[in-house]
Design a protein around this ligand. Structure first.
Ligand code: HEM
Length: 183
C-alpha cells in the first residue's frame, strides 16, 4: 500500500488524539513509521496499525477504517482540491472514482493499486456500488463516501447489502445522498 495512505492515517490520528498516540500505535505495531508518500509498504503494516488502533481506541478494526476514511476526506480536500472542485455534490464525485480520481492517483503515484468499483442506479434513486478487492477495505470505502458527503453538505445513508466479510463474493452498497444545505 502506498505510503500516502499511512501519511493520511498519521495525520488524522495525530489531529484527533495527538502525536504521542500515533507513536504509541507504531510501537504497538512494532513499526518504525518512516513512510514516504511514493513508497510501497506491505498491506500487513496497515493491518497491524489498524489492529493497534482498534485496541487503543476500543473500536472494531472496521470501525477504525470507517473513522479513518471519514476523517481522511477533509485532509484529501486540502491536498487534492481539484478532485473536489470539479463537482458540487457527492454522487458525481463518487461516480468519478473509476474514470478520473483513481486514474489520476495512479499517474501521481505510479504503482498505486486502486480498486475498481461498479455503479448502477438503484430503482429508488439510490446509487448501487460494487466493491471487490482482496484487501477487503469496504469499511474504508464507506468512510470515504461518508466523508465526501460531509464535504458536500449531504447526509449519506450507506447500507451494506452484501459483504465479503460475511462470505459474499464481493461487497454491494446501497447509498442515498440527501442535501442538508445548499451546496
Ligand atoms: C469516495 C471516494 C473514494 C473511495 C470510495 C475510495 C476507495 C478506496 C479504497 C477502498 C481503497 C483501498 C484499496 C483497495 O480496496 O484495494 C483506495 C485506495 C486508494 N485511494 Fe481511493 N477512494 C476514494 C477517493 C480517493 C481520493 C480523493 C484519492 C486522492 C488521493 C484516493 C487515493 C487512493 C490511493 C492513493 C489509494 C492507495 C493505493 C495503493 O496503496 O496502492 N482515493 N481507495
Amino acid at each position: 500500500m502506498k505510503g500516502l495512505v499511512f501519511n493520511l492515517l498519521e495525520t488524522v490520528v495525530s489531529r484527533r488524539y495527538g502525536e504521542d498516540t500515533w507513536d504509541a500505535l507504531l510501537d504497538a505495531a512494532e513499526l518504525g513509521g518512516a513512510y514516504t508518500s511514493l513508497g510501497n509498504y506491505p498491506d500487513a503494516q496497515m493491518g497491524a496499525l489498524v489492529t493497534a488502533a482498534s485496541t487503543a481506541l476500543n473500536l472494531s478494526p472496521n470501525e477504525v477504517l470507517r473513522w479513518f476514511g471519514q476523517e481522511a476526506m477533509s485532509v484529501m480536500v486540502e491536498r487534492y482540491p481539484e478532485f473536489f472542485s470539479a463537482q458540487t455534490t457527492t454522487r458525481p464525485f463518487v461516480l468519478s472514482l473509476n474514470s478520473i480520481i483513481h486514474p489520476e492517483v495512479r499517474k501521481l503515484y505510479p504503482g498505486a493499486d486502486v480498486p475498481l468499483f461498479d455503479f448502477e442506479d438503484g430503482p429508488d434513486g439510490s446509487l448501487l456500488m460494487g466493491y471487490d478487492s482482496a484487501r477487503k477495505l469496504c469499511a474504508l470505502a464507506q468512510g470515504f463516501v461518508e466523508g465526501a458527503g460531509k464535504h458536500f453538505g449531504e447526509v449519506v445513508r450507506f447500507e451494506h447489502l452484501e459483504c465479503m466479510h460475511k462470505g459474499d463474493v464481493k461487497c454491494r452498497f446501497r447509498i442515498t445522498f440527501t442535501a442538508t444545505r445548499k451546496a
